[in-house]
Write a protein that binds this ligand. Structure first.
Ligand SMILES: *Cc1c(COP(=O)(O)O)cnc(C)c1O
Length: 388
């Protein structure tokens, strides 16, 4: 059989830094150890029944068996507009400022194809969701990394980015609440970012997948579109995945500056044919009636967060108490690298945690815990680690 060479763009893929963990996990599993995985950012709770019922009804309609509109059903886009109005007091025109996505990952991955020319540069705040740099490279662009460090509350230091870089940058990728650091961003940050982006004609891509996973009503995360001038520079990617436990459904949205939404729509028109309309109808139900359920899920995550934080503090592992996201970003004990610590924990305890360096260089010295397993398993996991 011929062995066909991959296109050059696949050689731009960064080295896969989770390989050591994957290997260790397979070996530990083979020994028959009870593995507790705190590695994956995928909600363990089921999708609420009323959303499943809505899908069931919608799936019976023959009109939904045909190709959907590539930018999404107007009904779904209207529901997104209503939800943004209610949640963020942001007004959006469903016709020109919203596009339905097959999950926000799909939209983020396609977006650079519409705005990055070969040789263009994009700023990527790191440690980060890998799609940002990979999608930029696939479009022929170059990435300049902006470090997220504890000393600056895991926000990019916008003044430390040179004038020249701001001029060159086609776009900047930001993500708050952040995966993996669990950091949140406040109004001063957004105001300054918008000002910088306006001065330098830089597109702001805000990945807002975790705005609904917060722990106190006083700390509700913002949309970048809430701030003056936000719509001049930004496109925001959002998703039903994390809010309503719908990761498998593949439904999300991009909203904001009409030219940015239009560019993304042009790529999608030529790559996919939209999201299954029955899933969009279920998405409408989720956006309209999902809030009480989202409230319950937040309470569950809060309980889990408190369990893990208390246990980590007891064994002397340093970490901030997150205000949002379902992650805990903790420091590895002195004398270990991220990979060594996580591999050691896995081999000795069967607990999977994610080494921070896998998300980018400034993640070295950290590990990430995902709160997507029940409290008793979280307690068991931390208790095993504490015996190390
Ligand atoms: C989970 C996640 C998403 C959402 O992905 P979907 O494709 O909408 O399921 C987006 N960004 C980040 C950083 C995530 O962790």
């Amino acid at each position: 059989m011929s062995d066909f060479p991959f296109a050059d763009r696949l050689s731009t893929l960064p080295p896969y830094l989770f390989a050591a963990i994957d290997k260790a996990k397979a070996a530990v599993k083979a020994r028959g150890v009870d593995i507790i995985s705190l590695g994956i950012g995928d909600p363990d709770l089921p999708t609420p029944d009323f959303i499943i019922e809505a899908l069931h009804e919608a799936a019976k309609k023959p009109v939904n068996h045909q190709y959907p509109s590539y930018i999404g059903m107007l009904e779904f886009r209207q529901a997104v507009a209503d939800w943004y109005k209610e949640r963020f007091t942001v007004g959006l025109d469903p016709e020109s400022e919203i596009v339905t996505l097959i999950g926000s990952k799909e939209g983020i991955a396609h977006f650079p194809l519409a705005f990055i020319n070969p040789g263009d540069m994009a700023l990527v705040c790191t440690p980060n969701y890998p799609v940002y740099n990979v999608a930029t490279n696939f479009a022929g662009g170059e990435v300049e990394y902006v470090p997220l460090v504890d000393g600056n509350d895991f926000l990019p230091d916008l003044d430390a980015i040179s004038e020249e870089s701001w001029k060159r940058a086609k776009m900047i990728f930001i993500n708050y609440p952040n995966n993996p650091t669990a950091a949140t961003a406040g109004p001063e940050f957004y105001a300054k970012l918008i000002a910088k982006a306006r001065e330098s004609d830089t597109i702001v891509l805000h990945d807002a997948a975790y705005t609904e996973i917060y722990y106190d009503a006083a700390d509700k995360p913002a949309s970048i579109l809430e701030f003056e001038g936000g719509k001049d520079v930004a496109i925001e990617f959002h998703s039903l995945s994390k809010t309503y436990n719908m990761t498998g459904w593949r439904i999300g949205m991009a909203v904001g500056n009409p030219s940015l939404v239009k560019g993304l729509g042009k790529i999608k028109e030529n790559c996919d044919s939209g999201a299954f309309q029955a899933v969009q109808e279920a998405g409408v139900a989720a956006l309209k009636k999902g809030e009480p359920f989202a409230e319950q899920f937040r309470a569950i995550y809060k309980d889990r967060r408190d369990t893990v934080i208390a246990a980590l503090q007891k064994i002397g592992i340093e970490c901030r108490v997150p205000k949002a996201s379902f992650y805990i970003w903790a420091k590895v004990p002195h004398g270990f690298s991220s990979t060594d610590f996580c591999t050691n924990v896995l081999e000795k305890t069967g607990v999977v945690i994610t080494p921070g360096n896998g998300f980018g260089k400034p993640g070295e010295g950290y590990f990430r815990i995902s709160l997507t397993v029940p409290s008793d398993r979280l307690e068991e996991a931390v208790s095993r680690i504490s015996k190390l």
